[in-house]
Ligand binder design. Structure first.
Ligand code: NDP
Length: 346
């Protein structure tokens, strides 16, 4: 079968592509430039253009941007849409986040609906950001697929929803809501599945050439091991984590399993705290010990206020997709061998 993966230059997409190739799929991926496409090829020297091809889509914020990419020969069987901005440097929420996230998602669905009738399944990368429901969620309660970020188009530009991390979360929530609305209104012949991972850790993409251009979710490890926050462990800021290889597999299972049609999946390994990550790095990679933040007890499993504030219910992904979740120890046990200039902690 042939699958289109959008945003092939990304951290998650890189793992999705490798998972698809390992399972025998033929992959086409969209990237913004020929330079990025050449890099993808160079990263996978044994892989032929028939196994991994690319299409240039330079601006996912433009509706119609995917029209040509979805019309492939041989034709596509499924699409996995991962491309979306993931950073917290927002000057203009609409331009920097909402347009690429929402138009990118609705745009790819529109293009498939119009021009790619052979596509049977579409999986989109949503996020825990689309589920995050603070402060309405009582501490100690459990997150599952019934949870929704309450942001709407009317509240998106309010200060609580528009800046920094909140602005990113708004883009993901409105993108997923728009995708489900598209399906409801247009009744396309493909099925839709949303994957909702929390913060993703794990092996970086092969072309990560320096610690400076680390992807957003792995950036905190860079701060820890370079001594940038040595004086004090920064507040955790996120609730849950998951390994990139498990999220990648979840996307592929979502296009393979009929029961995934029309559903969202909270693909989360569990809660974490920065204190716990620092302790884990110190134990697994003692050479960084002197650079790690100090000042708090470094005991694995320990959380600043006595325990994780919320629980994870990932049972739908376990029961229906058959996922199992890696532990933090498994990241350390399988270090990246081929990554240039990046410590083996990744
Ligand atoms: P990356 O930044 O590594 O990848 C983002 C991808 O999207 C890149 O291929 C990037 O292209 C592309 N992209 C971003 N903005 C645009 C744009 N305006 N036009 C065209 N392409 C664009 O992030 P991740 O791999 O971590 O994220 C992938 C997906 O996973 C996103 O949808 C993100 O929201 C979601 N996600 C990520 C989590 C995480 O912790 N990493 C957690 C939950 C969800 P380029 O390389 O050219 O910049």
């Amino acid at each position: 079968p042939r699958v289109l993966v959008t945003g092939g230059s990304g951290f998650l997409a890189s793992a999705v592509i490798d998972t698809l190739l390992a399972r025998g799929y033929s992959v086409v991926t969209t990237v913004r430039s020929h330079e990025r496409a050449n890099q993808l090829r160079a990263d996978r020297p044994g892989v032929s253009p028939a196994q991994l091809d690319y299409a240039i889509v330079d601006d996912i914020a433009r509706l119609g941007a995917f029209d040509a990419a979805v019309q492939q020969s041989p034709p596509l069987d499924a699409v996995i849409h991962t491309a979306s901005p993931f950073h917290y440097r927002i000057d203009d929420l609409k331009r920097d986040m909402l347009d690429p996230a929402v138009n990118g998602t609705v745009g790819v669905l529109q293009s498939i609906h119009k021009y790619a009738p052979t596509v049977k399944h579409v999986a989109i990368t949503s996020s825990f950001a689309s589920m995050y429901n603070n402060p309405n969620k009582p501490t100690g309660s459990t997150y599952n697929e019934d949870d929704w970020n309450p942001v709407t188009w009317d509240t998106a530009l309010s200060p609580e929803h528009s800046a920094g991390q909140a602005g990113y979360r708004t883009s993901k929530a409105l993108a997923e809501k728009s995708a489900w609305e598209f399906v409801k209104e247009n009744k396309p012949s493909f099925s839709l599945t949303a994957l909702n991972p929390p913060l993703i850790f794990g092996p970086v993409k092969p072309n990560t050439s320096s610690l400076q251009n680390m992807n957003t979710s792995n950036a905190r490890f860079v701060e820890f091991i370079t001594g940038a926050v040595k004086e004090k462990c920064p507040p955790t800021g996120s609730l849950f984590w998951v390994d990139v290889r498990d999220v990648a597999l979840a996307h592929v299972l979502a296009i393979e399993k009929p029961e995934a049609a029309g559903k969202r999946y909270f693909v989360a390994a569990g809660p974490f705290s920065n204190v716990e990550l620092v302790a884990f790095i110190g134990e697994s990679f003692p050479k960084y010990k002197d650079l790690l933040p100090s000042g708090e007890a470094l005991v694995p499993g320990q959380y600043p206020k006595g325990g994780p504030p919320y629980k994870v219910d990932n049972s739908r992904s376990v029961a229906e997709l058959g996922l199992t979740y890696r532990s933090l120890e498994e990241i350390a046990a399988q270090p990246n061998q081929n990554r240039r200039d990046v410590p083996e902690a990744f």
